[in-house]
Design a protein around this ligand. Structure first.
Ligand code: ZN
Length: 371
């Protein structure tokens, strides 16, 4: 009985060994099939994403209180608004190139210079040393030649243009920039602005009365090239460093812009811009402020921005030392107090009207549904 049972056991152990071998073979086949299916899935997901990605990507690059914002279409056409500072071993140009590479670019099609202050135009020579550029866009002659750093930045830019390697566009209000797939209309340039309201806009602006009148700014700031970018249902406004007096000239008594979804806050959030006549009237869903730790991000401006009716979030490139307790919560700040970390904010904008903001420091993404 014992023997018989042990024979049976022996047999079954032989059988189970061969079954094991069999099942190892089929497991291998199964794994191979699974891998093939997974590979197919990855390919089709990538294709799907490529098709679905009618998304515009916007990189708000940290240039320490200057401006540099890169817009990239799904077909890899690109617009860079401003180039940050010169010097610092090409720090700002390096950050721009890193964003461009992340977006899959090997060149930047258009570089728009809002004005010739050094925190906007200063980075041009270092940028063109690092990445090919197609066309420069600007407001025309320098209007503040008495300011040495500005004159130096302008001269260095003129030298780059004089190489003859680049196309050049002189921006005028009402002009549509020829960026394939991206609607980009110039609203302001060289102190002039659209004389007619944009379609659907032009209503009386109730916020003019709440905005104090200020003397005309005589610097390059007032000459800023301001642009409205439209991506499907989403409108993005960037007025460079346009000053308070010009905002009121442009938007009072009637709001010639209408509603925008995303506001790139003018002038790094400095108190010389962001009148209620502008920021309250255009009712942005989010505002993105390209301030430095000690440049821009003025206390009263941060307070004004945070009170915009209907604003869903203010994002800051840096904690503002001046704004102190008025700073937004940390999750909305790319760079906290302390040494320079160079984190940016990355926006993904869907033509259907939804968009998201990713904070490069936290890697967290906030989604804003289409309205
Ligand atoms: Zn500036």
């Amino acid at each position: 009985m014992f023997l018989a049972r042990s024979k049976v056991m022996l047999r079954s152990s032989i059988m189970s060994r061969s079954e094991n071998i069999l099942s190892a073979e089929s497991a291998m086949k199964f794994a191979q099939r699974l891998l093939a299916v997974l590979a197919l899935l990855v390919v089709s997901c990538t294709l799907l994403r490529a098709q679905r990605s009618g998304d515009l990507r916007v990189f708000v690059i940290d240039v320490e209180g200057g401006q540099s914002t890169l817009f990239v279409t799904p077909d890899h056409h690109s617009l860079l608004i401003d180039t940050g500072w010169p010097g610092n071993n090409g720090r700002d140009a390096d950050r721009i190139v890193a964003a461009a590479k992340k977006a899959g670019l090997t060149r930047i099609d258009f570089v728009l210079l809002t004005h010739y202050h050094v925190d906007h135009t200063g980075g041009v020579p270092q940028l063109v040393d690092r990445i090919p550029v197609g066309t420069f866009i600007d407001h025309g002659p320098l209007r503040e030649p008495g300011d040495k750093p500005t004159l130096d930045a302008y001269d260095a830019y003129q030298k780059v243009l004089a190489t003859g390697k680049y196309k050049h566009i002189l921006a005028k209000p009402g002009m549509m920039l020829p960026i394939p797939g991206l609607t980009a209309e110039v609203l302001t340039a060289d102190g002039n602005f659209l004389d007619k309201p944009l379609p659907g806009a032009g209503q009386p602006n109730p916020f003019c009365q709440q905005s104090e009148h200020r003397p005309a700014d005589q610097t390059e700031n007032a000459r800023s090239v301001g642009t409205l970018l439209t991506w499907g249902k989403v409108r993005i406004l960037d007025l460079g460093d346009l000053t308070w007096d010009k905002e009121m000239d442009f938007l009072c008594p009637n709001n010639r812009i209408g509603h925008v979804d995303i506001l790139i806050v003018s002038h790094h959030g400095w108190n010389q811009s962001s009148s209620p006549a502008l920021v309250d009237a255009i009712t942005p869903r989010i505002a993105v402020m390209d301030n430095g730790a000690t440049k821009g991000g003025s206390k009263p401006t941060v307070a004004t921005l945070r009170k915009i009716p209907g604003l869903e979030a203010l994002w800051q490139l840096h904690y503002s030392e001046e704004a102190g307790p008025d700073n937004v919560p940390e999750k909305f700040i790319a760079n906290l107090q302390g040494p320079d970390t160079g984190y940016g904010l990355e926006l993904t904008v869907s033509p259907g009207g939804s968009f998201s903001v990713t904070n490069a420091r936290t890697q967290a993404t906030a989604d804003y549904a289409a309205h």
